[in-house]
Design a protein around this ligand. Structure first.
Ligand SMILES: Nc1nc2c(ncn2[C@@H]2O[C@H](COP(=O)(O)OP(=O)(O)OP(=O)(O)O)[C@@H](O)[C@H]2O)c(=O)[nH]1
Ligand SMILES: [Mg+2]
Ligand SMILES: [Zn+2]
Length: 344
């Protein structure tokens, strides 16, 4: 079913209403925050919590009983994001103040418009890259996510969804295009959420993990969450009550509890994902199957382009490395502008 198209005017109106709601909640919490600061020797107990979603200054924090609270964060504690484990204190019914962010085990970030790294989600154990026959997949985008996973030190896998869209011969050709990923250790699950048996294998690889679903808009990330979570509507309802946001927003990474163990983070679709401030060698290391060849080129300052005796190009010529991966490395390396080579 095609999505209902909203006019610019309607979109602007919805945004204004949501902004007003957020502001009202923020004001309430701000007052609570001031009161909390004023109370000398306050007896409020610090509690453990998990950030489920963040919208600007507003945080939805899940307590240890699974209840969601609308929180603001103390300013000096840095930015808390989806997946962060935090310390917080109650300030009122369903409200609180986050007073500390626990050290992160991993963080996925990307640069904002000014080039500064901005965390998207924390404490992930796995990145799940969704692709589909439509929209047309981008190997360049896939490789950026895989490099990000390598640099974060978490697992990565690919879920190829919407396979029902392809006839048999086209399926074979499509699958062949991605053969090199399982060959270097990134599993691919071929599935269709339109088919009842499509969801089981995906559910199994997500169980017990904290996974983020990433990929282009329209590949089926939110559909996958919906298929896996019988109580998704309830979780979203609780969330929107806590954060004051509309139910249909997909503008921020949101963490859902899986029925068994583990969580699933739905993220807004992106056309491009950019890696943060890294140098060329780090980028190269992020292409895992290239590692055994590093340091084996004839010239120690080899750029792996036209140089004779380049171990990478020789390996590619011998069929041990997929040339597309090296091309994507060069493409990405070219995008590492000098100002982004070093963190500011
Ligand atoms: N044919 C087919 N369509 C599917 C399948 N899975 C999801 N879709 C459809 O694909 C469209 C996009 O799905 P979403 O789940 O909204 O995609 P998304 O990745 O969350 O997109 P963004 O939120 O924009 O990033 C919807 O109309 C789904 O019904 C599938 O397996 N087969
Ligand atoms: Mg979505
Ligand atoms: Zn080389």
């Amino acid at each position: 079913m095609p999505r209902r198209r909203l006019s610019e005017h309607q979109i602007a109106r919805i945004r204004t209403i949501q902004e007003r709601r957020r502001q009202r909640l923020a004001d309430r919490a701000e007052v609570a925050l001031t009161e909390l600061d004023d109370e000398a020797g306050d007896e409020t107990v610090a509690e453990a919590g998990l950030v489920v979603v963040r919208h600007g200054a507003n945080l939805a924090v899940e307590d240890t009983q699974g209840r969601i609270h609308h929180c603001l964060a103390r300013r000096h504690i840095g930015e808390a994001v989806c997946g962060d484990r935090v310390v917080w204190q109650r300030t009122g019914e369903g409200q609180g103040v986050v007073t500390a962010v626990q050290p992160r085990e991993s963080v996925l970030s990307r640069p904002d418009y000014s080039g500064r790294d901005k965390p998207l989600a924390a404490n992930l154990t796995q990145i799940v890259v969704l692709i589909a026959p439509e929209p047309e997949p981008s190997g360049y985008l896939i490789d950026q996510y895989l490099v990000a996973a390598e640099l974060m030190g978490v697992k990565a896998l690919i879920v190829a969804n919407k396979m029902d869209l392809l006839e048999r011969p086209a399926t074979r050709a499509f699958r062949q295009r991605f053969d090199h990923y399982p060959a270097v250790g990134y599993p691919i699950l071929w599935t269709s959420l339109r088919e009842p048996e499509g969801i089981g294998p995906v559910g199994r690889v997500l169980s017990g993990e904290i996974s983020i679903l990433v990929g282009q808009s329209g590949v089926g990330k939110s559909s996958l969450v919906k298929a896996l979570l019988p109580d998704r509507e309830i979780q979203i309802g609780r969330l929107s009550r806590a954060t004051g946001l509309g139910r249909h927003t997909t503008s921020a990474a949101t963490c859902y509890r899986l029925p068994g163990r583990g969580s699933l983070i739905d993220s807004p679709g992106v056309r491009s994902f950019r890696l943060g401030a890294i140098d060329r060698d780090t980028l190269l290391w992020g292409f895992r199957e290239l590692r055994p060849y590093l340091g084996h080129c004839r010239f120690s300052d080899c750029r792996h382009q036209q140089e004779p005796g380049c171990a990478l190009r020789e390996a590619a010529a011998a069929g041990h490395i997929t040339p597309e991966r090296i091309a994507n490395f060069h493409h990405l390396a070219a995008g590492l502008s000098p100002s982004r080579l070093q963190p500011e």
